[in-house]
Design a protein around this ligand. Structure first.
Ligand code: ATR
Length: 286
């Protein structure tokens, strides 16, 4: 289906076989009838700079970057946007016509867009966000929340030093503040929480469960999880049972992909129910 003029992009990671990005970009390429391809590329850490030079030489428009390259690739970019610099990780690379490489991070904006579409009544300005975890995903999410206008982000993590480092790195992303605690602080913070986010791996299939008592969380607080396997985590189930609005984690994965697709292929794609089903490998309805 592709011609000699096809636009090329893809995703680099190590390993890469689990990535859902080829499925979702492939869906959009077909949906829009674009002459282009998006391919998975398994790049070992020691081959990263050769791989980036190769993509430039091959005329790729750019690529997504996943584990373990998101931090290391910063040194290979000609320009990096402020958000990606503060987060310390790049997930989207775009070559311009002169071959200059621009790095950005769309995880935080994808997270926010997922909340806007999944919970249109909820407002980021409404009150503090409580973020569980301080790993790579949390870095992008805390930055995204502050940049979008959150008045306060409370980071609760098993390892306090990581939460403190994150709070320092994102200071200045907005007018709000970021403060760091261990997980022991969660019961005290819950009563003033307007958004609860799990960014830890707890609750993911094959991982330990997330044990958190939601008592004290206001009924209006939005609850979201970046874990999307299972799609409805125990955290989301417990939140729904007590009447809290919830947003699942798949949407963040889909929304973070939008800016890259637009930059490489020239069309701004939408995140539809059809795309969700395709990525979950649910057969088309009707
Ligand atoms: P990601 O890039 O997906 O965020 P990560 O950087 O490995 O993954 O971060 C994993 C997060 O889950 C961290 O916040 C980690 O806590 P530590 O910083 O203390 O390691 C958290 N996490 C993992 N296993 C955990 C556990 N058993 N209990 C509590 N937190 C855990």
């Amino acid at each position: 289906m592709i011609s000699g003029k096809a636009k090329l992009a893809g995703v680099i990671g190590h390993p890469i076989g689990h990535s859902k990005s080829p499925l979702l970009h492939g869906y959009w390429l077909r949906e829009h009838g674009i002459d282009g391809a998006y391919v998975p590329m398994n790049v070992a850490p020691e081959a990263l700079s050769v791989a980036i030079a190769g993509l430039r030489a091959l005329g790729f428009r750019g690529c997504n970057v996943t584990v373990p390259h998101k931090e290391a690739v910063i040194a290979l970019c000609d320009t990096v946007d402020d958000g990606a610099r503060a987060i310390g990780a790049v997930n989207t690379l775009v070559f311009d016509e002169a071959g200059h490489l621009h790095g950005s991070n769309t995880d935080g904006t994808g997270f926010m867009q997922n909340l806007r579409e999944g919970a249109p009544g909820w407002r980021v300005e409404a009150g503090p966000a409580l973020v569980l975890g301080a790993g790579g995903a949390a870095r992008a999410i805390v930055h995204g929340l502050l940049a979008a206008g959150a008045p306060e982000v409370v980071i609760a993590n098993r390892t306090l030093a990581k939460a403190e480092g994150l709070a320092r790195d994102v200071a200045g992303a907005g007018n709000g503040s970021a403060i760091a605690f261990t997980l022991d602080a969660v019961p005290d913070v819950l009563p003033r929480t307007s958004l609860l986010v799990n960014t830890t791996v707890l609750g993911m299939s094959g991982q330990a469960p997330l044990t958190i008592d939601l008592d004290g969380l206001p009924g209006t607080a939005l609850v979201t999880d970046i874990v999307y396997s299972p799609l409805e985590t125990d955290l989301l189930k417990a939140a729904s049972r007590r009447g809290n609005p919830t947003v699942d984690g798949l949407g963040m994965l889909l929304h973070q992909a939008v800016p890259g697709f637009e930059a490489w292929f020239g069309v701004r794609p939408s995140v539809s129910a059809g795309l969700r089903d395709h990525v979950l490998q649910i057969p088309p309805r009707g």
